[in-house]
Design a protein around this ligand. Structure first.
Ligand code: ZN
Length: 151
């Protein structure tokens, strides 16, 4: 599960739990996500950074969240924060930052023009959809990992 900080069009903040970024988009598009304060279904993820995409192993994030789930099913938020920072570190160490060139680089690798490697960078929603349509695998992250290569 992934916790998202959400806000409605009246700027009421709230949290929502989803199994994946796709799950969030599906539920929202079907009007199943609504503001607990005013009932608005105009809900957006509260993200200051643009959508981030990386080429890292998708399983890592799931493991991170599972490790923060206590036996009673509650999420240990301190552990979750720790797990996420571990995940970010893992992404940082195993991918190269390509910024706005994410789509270009991902395509070049997909079509064999460049050797495959892990990359991280940005793509807008439409571009991300096009990449998926082309069969290019990547993962959207619900938190910003948009940092250059400098350690
Ligand atoms: Zn609201």
């Amino acid at each position: 599960m992934i916790v998202y900080n959400l806000a409605c069009d009246q700027h009421h903040p709230f949290e929502g739990w989803f199994s994946s970024p796709i799950d969030f988009e599906n539920q929202r598009d079907r009007g199943l996500v609504e503001c607990p304060v005013c009932g608005s279904k105009q809900v957006e993820r509260k993200l200051h950074a643009p959508r981030i995409n990386v080429g890292a192993a998708p399983a890592t994030k799931v493991e991170a969240v599972e490790s923060a789930t206590q036996p009673d099913g509650e999420i240990d938020h301190a552990k979750l924060a720790q797990a996420i920072s571990g995940f970010v570190k893992n992404v940082r160490e195993n991918t190269e930052y390509v910024g706005e060139k994410f789509a270009e680089e991902a395509r070049a690798m997909h079509y064999g023009e460049k050797p495959r490697k892990g990359i991280r960078g940005r793509a807008d929603k439409d571009t991300a959809r096009e990449l998926r349509d082309e069969g290019i695998e990547f993962q959207s992250l619900p938190f910003p990992v948009d940092f250059p290569n400098a350690h």
